[in-house]
Ligand binder design. Structure first.
Ligand code: T3D
Length: 262
C-alpha cells in the first residue's frame, strides 16, 4: 500500500495517481520511492499494456515539494544534483524507456518537474482548466526532468526560451495549439477521454507501439541515414510479431484484429 500515490491495474491499463492533493501532488522523497516501486511493478506485469499517470485533487503536480528545501541561514545548501540523479532522472528515463505507451492526464496545474513529468509521457491529454508552468526560474533553478530537452523540440527555440526564462503560466489550450501536448479537452470530459484513449491503446499491438516509441525517440539524435537503418531493424522485429501476423490476417479477412500485445 502506498502513501503518496495510488496504483491500480485494470483492463490492461496501469494507473498511477499522484496523491498528495493538499500539496498539489508535489514530489517528496516518499513519492519518488513509491513511483520507482510502481514503475517496477508495471515492468514486471505482463498484463499491463498502457501506463496512465494523473493527479488527485485540483492539481496535477507542482514539482519538488519546496517545504523540504528550506535552507536555514548559515547551513549548507542541499545538493540538488544528487536529488536529480537519484530521483528525477531515473523517473524520466524510466518513462522514456518503458516499452509501453505512457498517457498523462493533466487534471490541473503542472508546475516545475510536474510539468516536465507530463512532457516525458508519450500522449498528454489536459483538462481545459489545466496549465503548464516552467516554475524553476521563479526560484533560481533551471528546468530539469528533461525540460530543456523537451521544450525546444516540442515548441521551438523562441517559445522554449520564453517559457523557461519567464516561468509564465501556459494554458492547456495554448499548450495544445503550440504542440506541447497532444490534446486539450473539456474538464468534464477528461476522465472519459482518458479512459477511451487508454482502452484503445490497451487493445493495440503493444510490441509494435513500443518500437514506434523507440524510433521516434531515436530520431532526435539520428541523421536520416541512421534513422532509415533503425527503421529497417525495428520493422524486421515488428514483422516477426504475432500481432503483425494477426493484423494482416484480420485485414484480409475483413474483421477487427484481436491483438495479443506480442
Ligand atoms: O529540489 C530538487 O530536488 C531539485 C528538483 C527540482 C524540481 C522542481 O520541481 S523545482 C520547482 C518547484 N515547484 C515550484 O516552484 C512550484 C511551486 N508552486 C507554485 O508556484 C504554485 O503552488 C502553483 C502555481 C503550482 C499553483 O498555485 P495556486 O495558487 O493554484 O496554489 P497554491 O495556493 O500556491 O498551492 C496550494 C497549496 O499547495 C499551498 O499550500 P497551503 O498554503 O494551502 O498550505 C502551497 O503552498 C502548496 N504547494 C504548491 N506547490 C508546492 C506546495 N508546497 C510545497 N511545494 C510545492 N512545490
Amino acid at each position: 500500500d502506498y502513501e503518496t500515490i495510488d496504483y491500480a491495474v485494470a483492463g490492461g491499463v496501469a494507473r498511477i495517481t499522484l496523491n498528495r492533493p493538499e500539496r498539489l501532488n508535489s514530489f517528496n522523497t516518499r513519492m519518488h520511492e513509491e513511483l520507482r516501486d510502481a514503475l517496477a511493478a508495471v515492468r514486471a506485469d505482463d498484463s499491463v499494456r498502457v501506463l496512465l499517470i494523473t493527479g488527485a485533487g485540483r492539481g496535477f503536480c507542482a514539482g519538488q515539494d519546496l517545504s523540504d528545501r528550506a535552507v536555514a541561514p548559515g547551513s549548507e545548501a542541499p545538493d540538488l544534483g544528487a536529488s536529480i540523479e537519484r530521483n528525477y532522472n531515473p523517473l524520466i528515463r524510466g518513462l522514456r524507456d518503458l516499452e509501453l505507451p505512457v498517457v498523462c492526464a493533466v487534471n490541473g496545474v503542472a508546475a516545475g518537474a510536474g510539468a516536465n513529468l507530463a512532457l516525458a509521457c508519450d500522449l498528454v491529454l489536459a483538462a481545459r482548466s489545466a496549465s503548464f508552468i516552467q516554475a524553476f526560474c521563479r526560484i533560481g533553478l533551471i528546468p530539469d526532468s528533461g525540460g530543456t530537452w523537451f521544450l525546444p523540440r516540442r515548441v521551438g527555440a523562441a517559445r522554449a526560451a520564453g517559457l523557461a526564462l519567464l516561468g509564465d503560466k501556459l494554458s492547456a489550450e495554448q499548450a495544445e495549439s503550440w504542440g506541447l501536448i497532444w490534446r486539450c479537452v473539456d474538464d468534464a470530459a477528461l476522465e472519459s477521454e482518458t479512459e477511451a484513449l487508454c482502452g484503445h491503446l490497451a487493445q493495440q499491438p503493444t510490441r509494435g507501439l513500443a518500437l514506434v516509441k523507440r524510433a521516434l525517440q531515436a530520431s532526435w539524435s539520428n541523421d536520416l541515414d541512421a534513422q532509415l537503418d533503425l527503421e529497417r531493424d525495428l520493422q524486421r522485429e515488428a514483422g516477426g510479431t504475432a500481432d503483425y501476423r494477426e493484423g494482416v490476417a484480420a485485414f484480409l479477412e475483413k474483421r477487427p484484429p484481436r491483438f495479443a500485445g506480442r
